[in-house]
Ligand binder design. Structure first.
Ligand SMILES: NC(=O)c1ccc[n+]([C@@H]2O[C@H](COP(=O)([O-])OP(=O)(O)OC[C@H]3O[C@@H](n4cnc5c(N)ncnc54)[C@H](O)[C@@H]3O)[C@@H](O)[C@H]2O)c1
Length: 445
């Protein structure tokens, strides 16, 4: 683990005292994690691994039961490690917030989605913060890790804690520390990625840093929760805008009859000032399609325009329509109408190596194709057998089909370690991954 004092002295931030760790009056011991989802569960496992007692709290009893049985996708542990941890000493799972009240540290890790109109839905976050405030006790360190709008830590936690009579930075310690977990990528786990920490006061930053330091390689303290909140939004907005740009270049390359990958790889040979992003069918998961909307929503209320981000998010949201248009076009070239065509979706998860289908472009494409009369089936070895499309209708996810039963396959996600040789026998493949080997029947988006 890193030496926070060394990190801070290198950063030379105003207001941060390199000796503040020594002055932090709180004590470590137990960590309560609220929200045991894709992020909260590995967070809890890491703290348990680091020697803390862990209380994992979630409102979803089914989720807790699945965790107890090891039937969940866990980013930082193998299924056996997960089972050993959650059923071992010092790890408690509960749906009662009061059980978290006694913990030295409380970490809030609940979802921050958007609704169907792309407006942030802060219901879970508000409720979790309300509960944390209700049960807060003196000496506790409270860390918000859910991605959110700028000022959220202050308005949902600091204000209400003060209303209860707590002095922030003296009685309780409060910070925002955004999560950077990257599911499906073995080299960017919790223990491999530096974390930003922004406390309400220097004492709060120190208290939170002392905790998070136990599970991260290094820390980057900032002067306020707002700076940390906005840093997280910048990170994911940067990604969203660049993916939209990569899509635009891919479309341009197709029109100009140039190989997209060759162009992107050539540009990426520049050792500075360029970072490669891959084009695709859109964006999925709980981060890129959602997080920039927290910023846009907030800026709208300030009457501030943000046209680049706005355009990028609109372009990403409409990418599935482009996939459908292209599919209809290709079927038409093969003298097949979309109505009645049998279309296989290859990969329902939003990216390789994960079972997460939230906001997956494949589901939006499925709903749009069905509206046009297509018959949809799917193959994704990581995802459950019944998945709902963007309209809520069920998609059957099964074994690789017979090529005679498919008019067109659309490849969205190709998982590492799975066999896709059968794809070569499909009559027509629309490749939205831009990664399939070229062949006469494989056509890129
Ligand atoms: N998934 C990612 O890759 C990722 C990466 C970085 C950051 N984040 C951020 O982390 C946060 C959590 O994301 P996630 O993917 O883990 O979400 P998730 O939906 O997988 O899990 C959240 C869990 O919180 C539970 N929950 C909801 N309301 C609750 C409440 N009031 N009290 C207790 N539990 C409650 C849900 O039942 C669910 O199990 C989000 O803000 C997200 O933007 C996610």
């Amino acid at each position: 683990m890193s030496d926070l004092r060394a990190d801070i002295s290198l950063l030379n931030f105003d207001g941060l005292n390199p000796r503040m760790l020594d002055q932090s009056p709180h004590r470590l011991g137990s960590v309560g994690v609220i929200g045991m989802g894709y992020v909260g569960l590995p967070t809890a496992v890491e703290f348990h691994r680091a020697g803390f007692e862990v209380i994992g709290m979630d409102v979803d009893a089914k989720r807790l039961a699945a965790i107890r049985e090891g039937l969940v996708d866990s980013v930082s542990a193998s299924p056996d490690e997960l089972l050993d941890a959650v059923n071992g000493d010092g790890f408690f799972l509960t749906d009662e917030i009061a059980r978290v009240a006694g913990a030295d540290v409380v970490i809030v890790c609940v979802p921050t989605p958007i609704d169907s109109a792309m407006v942030p839905d802060t219901t879970s976050l508000k409720e979790a913060c309300r509960q944390v405030v209700t049960h807060a006790r003196e000496g506790q360190t409270i860390i918000l890790t859910s991605t959110t709008f700028v000022g959220c830590t202050r308005s949902y936690l600091a204000g209400p804690l003060e209303d209860r009579g707590f002095r922030i930075g003296r009685d309780v310690f409060l910070a925002f520390c955004p999560e950077r977990i990257n599911p499906g990528n073995g080299t960017t786990g919790l223990d491999q990625v530096p974390r930003i920490v922004g406390g309400m006061t220097p004492e709060c930053t120190a208290a939170a840093a002392a905790v998070v330091d136990r599970i991260t390689p290094s820390l980057f303290p900032v002067s306020s929760p707002e700076a940390a909140e906005m840093a997280k939004l910048v990170e994911n907005t940067f990604r969203a805008v660049n993916i939209a740009l990569a899509n635009e270049f891919a479309d341009a390359a197709r029109v100009l009859e140039i190989d997209t990958n060759e162009v992107l790889q050539a540009a990426a040979s520049k050792p500075y000032g360029f970072m490669p992003f891959s084009p695709g069918a859109g964006v999925g998961g709980h981060c890129i399609p959602c997080d920039p909307h927290y910023l846009l929503w907030q800026l709208r209320s300030e009457r501030v325009q943000s046209p680049v981000i706005d355009q990028a998010m609109a372009a990403l949201a409409s990418r599935p329509v482009k996939v459908v248009d292209r599919a209809i076009d290709l079927l038409g070239q093969n003298l097949r109408p979309i109505r009645g065509s049998r279309i296989l979706l290859v990969g329902l998860a939003y990216k390789p190596g994960v079972e997460d289908v939230r906001e997956s472009p494949a589901l939006a494409v499925a709903a749009l194709l069905r509206r046009r009369g297509a018959i949809i089936s799917a193959f994704d070895p990581m995802v459950s057998r019944l998945v709902q499309d963007g309209n809520g209708d069920v998609i059957r996810n099964g074994n690789p089909p017979d090529p005679d039963d498919v008019d067109m396959a659309i490849a969205f996600t190709v998982h590492p370690g799975s066999d896709y040789e059968w794809l070569k026998r499909m009559p027509l493949v629309l490749d939205t991954t831009y990664r399939l080997d070229s062949s006469p029947q494989v056509v890129r988006l």
